[in-house]
Write a new protein. Structure first.
Length: 175
């Protein structure tokens, strides 16, 4: 049985079950929902999201000769799959390729709206503000790019849809 495909690669239901078993046998098992509950089914769907993102990241990194998978503990600790990707060497290598700029007017506007955070004259603070805004823009561009690659490469089988997909009966996940 197939849970999803990522390009030509298959994520099997057996692989999903193995990863789920590791979770339910691990130190946080008591905090996890019952597998047959709506929350348990959504955990399974979320795990498929993570596993498919691992494959997307590995495929994209293979283009540059690097391949480091996203790990479940990192994804759980950071609160999301994209954040988990950014916490890995592979994700950082992909992120390093993202370029962004911020117009000077945007830096000035941010400074004017946030003077309580930046007490110096504008000239003293503008470099630091610009660096923060550029980093935030790079993160946004990276998340959009990664989400687009995921959409382009991944096919989820029925029952393994995203937890927030309204077509599945347990859709309670919201952003």
């Amino acid at each position: 049985m197939i849970a999803a495909t990522v390009g030509d690669e298959v994520v099997s239901v057996a692989e999903v079950d193995e990863r789920l078993a590791v979770l339910y046998d691990g130190p946080l098992a008591a905090r996890l929902p019952h597998p047959a509950s709506p929350e348990g089914r959504n955990l399974r769907r979320w795990l498929v999201q993570l596993m498919t993102m691992e494959r997307v990241v590995a495929q994209e990194c293979d283009l540059a000769g690097e391949a480091v998978p996203v790990t479940l503990p990192v994804a759980l600790r950071t609160g999301g799959v994209v954040a988990a990707v950014l916490a890995t060497p592979a994700g950082q290598a992909l992120f390093a390729r993202v370029e962004a700029t911020v117009p000077p007017g945007e830096v000035r506007g941010y400074y004017d709206r946030n003077r309580d955070r930046h007490p110096g004259p504008f000239e003293e603070e503008s470099g630091r503000i610009e660096a923060q805004l550029v980093h935030a823009r790079r993160e946004t561009l990276f998340a959009r790019w990664l989400d687009g690659r995921h959409r382009a490469k991944v096919t989820l089988m029925p029952g393994f849809e995203h937890p927030g997909d309204p077509r599945q009966p347990d859709a309670t996940h919201r952003h």
